[in-house]
Design a protein around this ligand. Sequence first.
Ligand SMILES: Nc1ncnc2c1ncn2[C@@H]1O[C@H](COP(=O)(O)OP(=O)(O)O)[C@@H](O)[C@H]1O
Ligand SMILES: [Mg+2]
Length: 584
Amino acid sequence: MPEISLLPEFLTNKIAAGEVIERPASVVRELVDNSIDAGAGTVSIEVLHGGKKLIGVSDDGTGMGREDASLSFERHATSKIKSEDDLFNITTLGFRGEALPSIASVSKVTLITSPVNSRIGTKVEIGAGHKKEVAEAPPLRGTTVEVRDIFYNTPARRKFLKSIPTELSHIIGIVTQKALSYPGISFLLKHNDSEVINVSAAKDIKERFIQLYGEDFINDFLELGKETVKGIRLYGFSSTTGFARSSRGYQFIFINRRPVKNPTISHAVYNAYKELIPKDRHPAFFLFLEIDPEKVDVNVHPAKREVRFESPDEIHRLVESTIRKALNPRREEVAEYTASPVFGFKGEQAGKNKIQGWTVRETLESALQPQGESLSLKNDFQTDFFTGGIIPDVHRFFYIGESFVAKVANDGLVIIDQHAVHERVLYEKLLKKTTLDIENLFLPVRVELPAKEFKIIMNYKGLFNDFGLDIGEFGANNVIVRALPRELHRTDMKGLLLDIASGILEQETIGTKDETGKQNLLRNIAAMLACHKSVRGKEPLNNEELSQLVADLEKTEVPDKCPHGRPTRICFSIDDLRKMFKRK
Ligand SMILES: Nc1ncnc2c1ncn2[C@@H]1O[C@H](COP(=O)(O)OP(=O)(O)O)[C@@H](O)[C@H]1O
Ligand SMILES: [Mg+2]
């Protein structure tokens, strides 16, 4: 008896499903791709319970005749490629002929379809036990696929499904991606009968961007000039330097309208932002590349999330230079500089220098001018220091640049990072709650969020109470903030909520149900709240305020580090100084 045997088809399909169908959102992706490939003008998606119970996708595309409808569930059955040559010139989203059989192997599926102008339609049903039934149906234009009870027969997979809101947010993510890459198609997404996304056909990507994210959002982005170099076309949006995020949310790359992850392109983008945003912040971008299909291999990942380029260098150059130009049209004329950020910010486009509340300084000299009541390094500090040596009773603070503050102490010199200190102090205040001063807003703040982020924030709104934030729902995708701690007054609420939503989503993939998960989530949110306030509200403080801040820092549990682990203060003892000056 040979040891090797050919696996039965239902098993090979199930194995393929393991790669292609990870969660309800994967089903949505595959079905919507099929609708787009079928030339649909409108795609409607309806899901129940985060897609765990039902996913229905309807389109007004070409539809299928009876024979095709039945064949479409066979493995490797596709109308999209016919020969090996076609494999290297793919212009459709699908081509592997795997989606429908994979979906049918892990769920119960009904497909109803009819070709244009046909007098008769077809219904294909595959229930438990994988038995396929084909019957006549009314001739409704296009195709409708209903997928029920995903992973009903794969308990191991079912167990890994997350909460309904998490699964829904992945579905919203997929529909948003598809809507962005196909502005000409109308998309409707409903969850448990309520509308989540509803966008009519748009004339271009900009209009679609506004439909999905709102007018406000676009102001934080620069539209990239449509560049075509060596047959590669790049267009889209890239965030202004002021919009930099604490997470990698809002980073979209589409190659020939296919959403992908691509390290070459991401690297090029980060290069373009180098020195323009703080090291631990991330740009947001929506990049669309159109490349001759022969120059890009899309058949390198079963769910087609990755691609391989014939000449990655060219792509890298194009992306980096296009974004650089958008960030600073004048920068090309300026010689490459390696100056510190004080100088680096100088060339920023007029009116665009919203650098996280950093004031853009023209020269180092002006950066060292006296601020508030504290003294500048140039004046009193120098005289005191050089004429009198280190004077033990100097109670004054000195600004060095915009965020560093120095103070002479009995045993040397202490330099604090005002921003990091602020973060630590506020972070612990938020976690302890007791010392928060809550302010009921006379005029509540309304914030419009993208659908996905809105759902996440609403689902976790109870958590915000813990930090003294009273937030609620205010119509479609609008959040209303009624009260907040005084310390968060004048925070950029929208940016904050967007960052928190991505933080929650990240934490959800690790787990938020158990106690450690919950605590981590609370700490994450507190760190984000603290960071936002400290980044945005970076006004110079006077001597008393700085003394208070340092006193508050002393009272914290971890005075040496900000919540992200960066140092809050660095001390040079007289001994250290002696060593540095080689006197020891
Ligand atoms: N919504 C639809 N409208 C028209 N034809 C469809 C639709 N969905 C699937 N088909 C047909 O079924 C075939 C198999 O679909 P699928 O398993 O997703 O494989 P692929 O998309 O890779 O070809 C497609 O090639 C297409 O011909
Ligand atoms: Mg397909």
